[in-house]
Design a protein around this ligand. Structure first.
Ligand code: TRP
Length: 459
C-alpha cells in the first residue's frame, strides 16, 4: 500500500459505506425541505412522482457514482480523469460544488443548534406564531450568532473528518444514524398521539392527480438529486473507500430506501401536529424554525420533544456536512498529496471563510442580503444565490453528465463486471443501463430546459 493509500483509508465493514452514504443522503433535504415542498405541492400525487424519480433516476445514478468511485479508488476528480480523461472537468465541478454547498449548508445546520438550546431553555413558551417568527428574523439578522454557529458547525465537521474514514466518519455515522432513527420513531409516535395522524397519512398517500402540475414534476426530479447527494461526487468519494466485494445495486437500493424512509417519516413527525393544531405552515425555512417551535411549546411533553427534534436535525445535517467536506479533502489528499489533517484544516477554514457571506446575508448585512445577481425573486442575497446555483445548476448538470458518462462512455464489459460483483439478484443490469442511457438524461435535460427557457426554479 502506498503512502497516499494509507492516508486515504477505507471502510472497515460493508455497513460502513451504507451508513455513511445514508448519512450523507439523509439531511436537511429530508427533514426540512421534503416536508415543506410536499406540503406546497399538495401531498399524494407529488409523493408518488417523487418515489418514481428516486427509483428511476436517483437510484441508477447513485449506483453509477458508486461504481466510478469503487472502480478507481480515487477522489471525484482523479476518478473521472482515470476513467474518462477530459471528463475530469466533471470531477472538478463536483469539488467546487462541494465547497460552495457546504459553505451555506453549514449556516442552516448551525441554526438547528441554536434552536436546540433555545427550546431546551423554553424560550418559545407562551409566544404566538408572530412572536416566534420575529425571533427567527432577529436571530438570522444577528451577525455574531450567525457566524458563531456556522463556525461551530464547521468545527464539528472538521473534528470528524480529521479522524479519517474508519475511525472518524464511519465511527460517527455508525453511532448517529441509529440514534437518528430512534429519535424519529419516538417523535412520530408522539406526533400521532396529537390525533392528526390519519389526516397526515391521507395527505401523503392519497394521490389526487388533478393537483399535479408540470412544476411539481420538475421539483420532484430536482429534489431527488439533492436528497440523494448526487451530482457532485460525494457518492463517488464514499464509493472509493469501498471494498471490491460488496454489491453495488444492493447498496444503492438500501441507501435510497433509507433516505426515502426518513423523508416520509419526517412528514409523519411534522404533519400530524400541524394538522392537529390547525396551523398553516409558513413557506421555506418557516416550517422548521417558526411553525414547529410554536407547537412544541404548546403540546404535552414539548419541553422534551422540541429539543429532541432539533438535535435530530443537527445530527442528520452533521452526517451530511462531513461527506461534503470529505469530497474536497480527498481531492487534496490524492491530487495535492496533502496529509489528511492538513487538508481538513485548510479546506475547513476556507469553507468557513466563504460561508461568512451567506451567513450574513439573511438580514445581518444589507448589501449581502440584497445583492441579486440572477434577478429572480428567490435569488435575493448571497445565501439564496449560492443555493440557486447549486440546486438548480451544479447538481442537475453534474447528475446529467454522470448519467451520460457512465451510460454512454464506460464500456459494457467494465460496467457489467462491476455491477455483478458481490451477489446481486436485485436489479437487472440491462434495466439499470437503460435508465442511465435514456431515462435519467431525458428527465434531467427536461429540467435544465425548463430552467433556461421557462425561468423555472427549484429551491
Ligand atoms: N443530501 C443532503 C440532504 O438531503 C444534501 C446534499 C446534497 C449533500 N448534495 C450533497 C450532502 C452532497 C452531502 C454531499 O440534506
Amino acid at each position: 500500500m502506498s503512502a497516499s493509500n494509507t492516508e486515504r483509508g477505507a471502510w472497515s465493514s460493508k455497513f460502513g459505506f451504507i451508513l455513511a452514504a445514508a448519512g450523507s443522503a439523509i439531511g436537511l433535504g429530508n427533514i426540512w425541505k421534503f416536508p415543506y415542498i410536499t406540503y406546497q405541492n399538495n401531498g399524494g400525487a407529488f409523493v408518488l412522482v417523487y418515489l418514481i424519480c428516486i427509483a428511476a433516476i436517483g437510484m441508477p445514478i447513485m449506483i453509477a457514482e458508486m461504481m466510478i468511485g469503487r472502480r478507481t479508488q480515487k477522489n471525484a476528480f482523479g476518478a473521472l480523469r482515470e476513467l474518462g480523461g477530459k471528463w475530469k472537468f466533471l470531477g472538478a465541478l463536483g469539488v467546487i460544488t462541494g465547497f460552495i454547498l457546504l459553505s451555506y449548508y453549514s449556516v442552516v445546520a448551525g441554526w438547528t443548534l441554536e434552536y436546540f438550546f433555545k427550546s431546551l431553555a423554553g424560550a418559545f413558551n407562551g409566544l404566538s406564531q408572530q412572536e416566534v417568527g420575529a425571533l427567527f428574523g432577529e436571530f438570522v439578522g444577528d451577525p455574531f450568532r450567525q457566524i458563531l454557529w456556522h463556525f461551530i458547525f464547521i468545527a464539528l465537521t472538521i473534528g470528524v473528518v480529521v479522524g479519517g474514514i474508519s475511525s472518524g466518519i464511519e465511527r460517527v455515522t455508525k453511532t448517529l444514524m441509529p440514534v437518528l432513527f430512534v429519535i424519529m420513531i419516538i417523535l412520530m409516535v408522539q406526533s400521532f398521539m396529537t390525533g392528526g395522524g390519519g389526516q397526515a397519512l391521507t395527505f401523503l398517500f392519497r394521490p389526487n392527480f388533478s393537483e399535479l402540475t408540470f412544476d411539481s414534476v420538475l421539483e420532484a426530479v430536482g429534489h431527488s438529486f439533492f436528497t440523494l447527494s448526487l451530482g457532485m461526487g460525494a457518492i463517488i468519494t464514499y464509493g472509493s473507500y469501498m471494498k471490491p466485494k460488496d454489491s453495488l445495486p444492493r447498496s444503492g437500493l438500501i441507501v435510497c430506501g433509507l433516505d426515502t424512509l426518513v423523508a416520509i417519516m419526517a412528514c409523519l413527525v411534522i404533519y400530524p401536529i400541524i394538522f392537529a393544531f390547525d396551523l398553516t405552515p409558513t413557506k421555506g425555512a418557516g416550517i422548521l424554525f417558526t411553525t414547529l417551535p410554536v407547537i412544541f411549546a404548546k403540546m404535552p411533553g414539548g419541553a422534551v420533544f422540541g429539543p429532541l427534534f432539533f438535535i435530530l436535525v443537527a445530527f442528520a445535517a452533521l452526517t451530511s456536512t462531513i461527506s461534503l467536506l470529505e469530497v474536497v479533502v480527498s481531492y487534496c489528499i490524492d491530487e495535492l498529496k496533502w496529509k489528511r489533517k492538513q487538508a481538513t484544516m485548510i479546506v475547513g477554514a476556507a469553507i468557513f471563510v466563504l460561508g461568512i457571506l451567506p451567513a450574513l446575508s439573511n438580514g445581518a448585512v444589507d448589501s449581502l442580503s440584497n445583492v441579486n445577481i440572477f434577478g429572480k425573486a428567490s435569488t435575493a442575497g448571497i445565501f439564496n444565490t449560492f443555493d440557486y446555483l447549486v440546486s438548480n445548476w451544479f447538481l442537475t448538470v453534474g447528475g446529467l453528465l454522470t448519467a451520460i458518462f457512465v451510460g454512454w462512455r464506460l464500456s459494457d464489459s467494465l460496467k457489467d463486471k462491476e455491477f455483478h460483483e458481490g451477489k446481486n439478484t436485485i436489479i437487472h443490469y440491462k434495466i439499470w443501463d437503460f435508465m442511465l442511457k435514456f431515462v435519467a438524461p431525458v428527465a434531467v435535460a427536461l429540467i435544465i430546459i425548463a430552467v433556461i427557457f421557462l425561468g423555472k426554479e427549484f429551491n
